[in-house]
Structure formats: C-alpha cells, structure tokens
Design a binder for this molecule. Structure first.
Ligand SMILES: [Zn+2]
Length: 102
C-alpha cells in the first residue's frame, strides 16, 4: 500500500468501514510511514473529539462538514467552545494535508 491509498483508507478505518485484511495492510503501512501514522492518529483524535461534541462528521462530504462546523460555531455553548476550537483547527489542518497531494 502506498501513501495515497493509505490516506483513502484512513477515514474508512476510523469509521470502521474497512475489511480486516485492508485494515492490516493500512496498519502495516502506518508502522513503516511516519506521515501516515501521524495522519491516522490525528484522524482518530479528531473523530473522538467530534463524538464528544455529539457530531460524527468524518464520513460526510466536504461541504456538509463545513456547514456542520459553521453550525456548531454559531450555536456553541461555553463548554463546547474549547472543543470547537480544537475541532476547527484540527479539521483545517487535516483538510490541508488531505488536499496537498491530490
Ligand atoms: Zn504513508
């Protein structure tokens, strides 16, 4: 598996929508590749944050994700604010990483 494939499978892996054999290949790649390992960790972290915020948007199309993040930003309560900040920063960060090689 190369980095391009790995990036495609990471979000499926996070969403547990990946076959075991493919997950094994992905994890094997992340053991050898620091960049993809970090991306997997970041995605995993982000998806946990999103669960905390009550929104699982990892599988949503880009436009939908943006609208959810905007919506969350507009209706944020005091407790959600620090979480939202991390999500927004993390999402921007991930988005730039995903688009860099495409
Ligand atoms: Zn890689």
């Amino acid at each position: 598996m190369d980095c391009h494939e790995a990036k495609n499978y990471i979000s499926l892996y996070i969403d547990e929508e990946i076959a075991d054999s493919m997950a094994d290949q992905l994890l094997q790649h992340t053991e050898e590749c620091a960049a993809c390992r970090q991306l997997l960790l970041d995605m995993d972290y982000l998806s946990r944050l999103l669960e905390v915020a009550g929104q699982n948007i990892t599988a949503a199309p880009d436009g939908f994700k943006d609208s959810i993040i905007q919506e969350l930003g507009q209706n944020k309560g005091p407790l959600l604010e620090p979480i939202l900040k991390i999500i927004q920063d993390g999402y921007k960060h991930l988005k730039s990483r995903f688009s860099r090689q495409d």
